[in-house]
Design a protein around this ligand. Structure first.
Ligand SMILES: C[S@@+](CC[C@H](N)C(=O)[O-])C[C@H]1O[C@@H](n2cnc3c(N)ncnc32)[C@H](O)[C@@H]1O
Length: 332
């Protein structure tokens, strides 16, 4: 049984265990795409960080002085294998990793709306390399489970947390579509940067609602467009060059989606236009980035001529069931 199940009151532990074992068998295969991660990780998995600083914009794991020169060189090579680094920044045993996204900006926008995370059971759906999970860990949760189906991100987080040794952070090769296996399980769910990648956003929101404990809290962030009308853009092929983008809603559209998916106490606490200060090419992410996705002559438009992206943040709750007297059981 995966250790995170100790924290979760799901009746579907056997099904999750079977799924976990299947995913572990897949990720542990000695196949070409995985060996480039598996071999160096195996050689370096004894290394432990003497310092952990999860409270600042940079997630700091270890010092340069924790490693000898040969180890430092091997760790650097492994970290380069995990490129492209999309989320960060990190400092790993003194190697500074400037990721494509300045993820601390998103975290700082979430901070004023965060519920108390202390002793909470949390899911981070689409956790990528775990940048936000490490930031959550500074708030002393009971546990955080990252859902992340992609092998590269799984290997990256597993390696970073091997070095860091934060015992209540877990990751599994799961997607948002697996949330129905976790009914009423999480006090807080973070779903950041995922919804517009789902072909059916309402199904995704219902799955998030199902997995939240009554009284729990969803923190949702999505790409969106500006405007007052409750509408969503549905691109023909790509949006800002990204093919896996389905619905790009306005804030009022996203509000209605949340309401009709069963959420209560819905609050849009932040929305802002995207910028190339927040998402850009770096030495650790050498592909195209925000400025290549936007019309150079008109930054209000994407390269396809759509309205340029905004980011929209919501907080929403799941109501506690009301206890009421059953009308059929009246006193005689
Ligand atoms: C745009 S990134 C967002 C990452 C991070 N949550 C953030 O806000 O910076 C989308 C992430 O979702 C992951 N992902 C892809 N398919 C998924 C699925 N079916 N369920 C959950 N996450 C998925 C991707 O691998 C990637 O890490």
């Amino acid at each position: 049984m995966p250790p995170y199940l100790d924290f979760l009151p799901t009746a579907l532990k056997n099904t999750i265990t079977r799924l976990h074992e299947e995913k572990q068998a897949w990720i542990n295969q000695p196949k070409k795409g995985f060996l480039r991660y598996q071999e160096p990780i195996a050689k370096l998995s004894h290394l432990r960080a003497s310092l952990l600083d999860l409270s600042g914009d940079v997630v700091r794991i270890g010092n340069r002085a924790d490693l000898n020169d040969a180890e430092h060189e091997q760790v650097l090579r492994l970290l380069r294998t995990f490129m492209p680094w999309r989320k960060g920044p990190f400092s790993i045993f003194g190697t500074e990793i400037d990721a494509e996204w300045q993820s601390w900006r998103k975290w700082n926008r979430l901070l004023p709306a965060l519920p108390d995370l202390k002793d909470k059971v949390i899911a981070d759906v689409g956790c990528n390399n775990g940048y936000y999970m490490f930031r959550m860990a500074a708030h002393a949760p009971k546990m955080v489970l990252g859902f992340e189906p992609y092998a590269q991100h799984y290997f990256t987080f597993s390696t970073l947390n091997r070095f860091a040794g934060v015992e209540n952070l877990f990751i599994d090769l799961l997607g948002i579509e697996h949330l129905p296996l976790f009914p009423d399980c999480f006090d807080v769910i973070f779903c950041l940067g995922i919804l517009y990648h789902r072909p059916s956003p309402i199904d995704a929101l219902r799955e998030l609602h199902m997995a939240l404990k009554p009284g729990g809290c969803l923190l949702l962030e999505s790409q969106g467009i500006s405007g007052e009308e409750p509408v969503a853009l549905f691109p023909e092929k790509t949006y800002a060059k990204v093919p896996g983008t389905w619905f790009v809603p306005t804030a009022s559209c996203l509000h209605n989606w949340l309401m009709r998916s069963g959420f209560t106490d819905i609050e849009c606490f932040c929305q802002h236009p995207m910028s190339s200060e927040e998402q850009r090419r770096t030495d650790w992410m050498l592909f195209e980035s925000y400025q290549d996705f936007i019309d150079k002559m008109n930054p209000m438009r994407t390269i396809e001529g759509h309205p340029a992206p905004w980011r929209i943040f919501f907080k929403a709750g799941k109501t506690q069931p009301k206890s009421y007297a059953c009308p059929l059981r009246q006193k005689s």
